[in-house]
Design a binder for this molecule. Sequence first.
Ligand code: ASP
Ligand code: MG
Length: 426
Amino acid sequence: MGIVVQKYGGSSLSDADAIKRVARRITEAKKAGNDVVVAVSAMGDSTDELLDLAAQVSPLPPARELDMLLTAGERISMALVAMAISDLGFTARSFTGSQAGVITDSVHGKAKIIDVTPGRIRGAIDEGHIVIVAGFQGVSQATKEITTLGRGGTDTTAVALAAALEADVCEIYTDVDGVFTADPRIVPSARKLDTVTYEEMLELAASGAKVLHLRSVEYARRHNIPIHVRSSFSTLEGTTVTGSINDPAREGSMEAPIIAGVAHDRSEAKITVVGVPDKVGEAAAIFTALADAQINIDMIVQNVSAAATNLTDISFTLPHSDGQTAMTTLHGLKNKVGFESLLYDEKIGKISLIGAGMRSHPGISAKFFTAMAEAGVNIGMISTSEIRISVIVEEDDVDAAVQAAHTAFDLDADEVEAVVYGGTGR
Ligand code: ASP
Ligand code: MG
């Protein structure tokens, strides 16, 4: 008997009927002869609702208590799903992340999984039960505190369980039919990808495609677990994330698409440190302080210094949820670094074009920038990787920029393929 690991997101668990529907789907996998382990997210938008509630009680809630609060959302789902399964004549056992052996580091709000010790899960499987695990949470090895893995972290719980249990595949059930060439909410003619490599999916996820949590893709690549992203509302085949852009078989294949997709991200902000003295060690001081504050930096641009003043500007992007912390940290550095002022801008968006084929096809940047220009989109910052070109644009230009890039690279489907089944997109 094989082990199947499935994950159901919040939009697939929005109310009692949805939970019963998911329970039926889970028992079908069991009836087909598999051992089934399921990671569940909190119902609907309940994580956001808990966050709103916390904000009403306290402007800056302690991170430990916020994790305690948020993990409750997944506990509600796990128990209800287990109840619905037992109603169908099967037995299920629900476990919190801690009970399931999900061991993390001690960073509240964005903990990393460092080990999975699935003893209790194996025990329950051996007794014939379906296992339901609360997603997005674990327990810190060092502090023994309850931690959360960051928004969207249930995907990572599922992949980590699949790796620990040596499952053949991890199925991620969501509210769209798979991974699309762009967000169907912006580009209705987006096309579903049948397969996408780990590297391309990593870039897509890091660039704002919300269909999979970035860490889940990193984890899957490291442990070589294929991820099948599919809809819980239909029985269509979804998208399989597997294989490397460096597979020799793929290199020669004429079918491998040049561009996998266009991603966008409205969750970043831009900080500009104005008037930084152009001398050794200034950038090190700035970015060390931000790193010590646990802030992840994305794009960085430093201008040449003006000859007259010998001062330069450094701009970078970061999650806007970290904006306040970053500004406070930098203000504290003002005398040490000797910069003039700080600028903060939240009204930005990032557009990224991603595809392994960029490595071997000239003219991709030219075509991309031409498409931006023809759409009247002004570009604020640019960064690239081997298989990605990203630009920062004004927030109001995001939709037009995504549509223009999608069309310029012939990604539009002839007929509308994308169905958004659920979710509020929140
Ligand atoms: N419930 C959490 C969130 O909304 C985790 C997840 O859905 O994966 O981010
Ligand atoms: Mg998700």
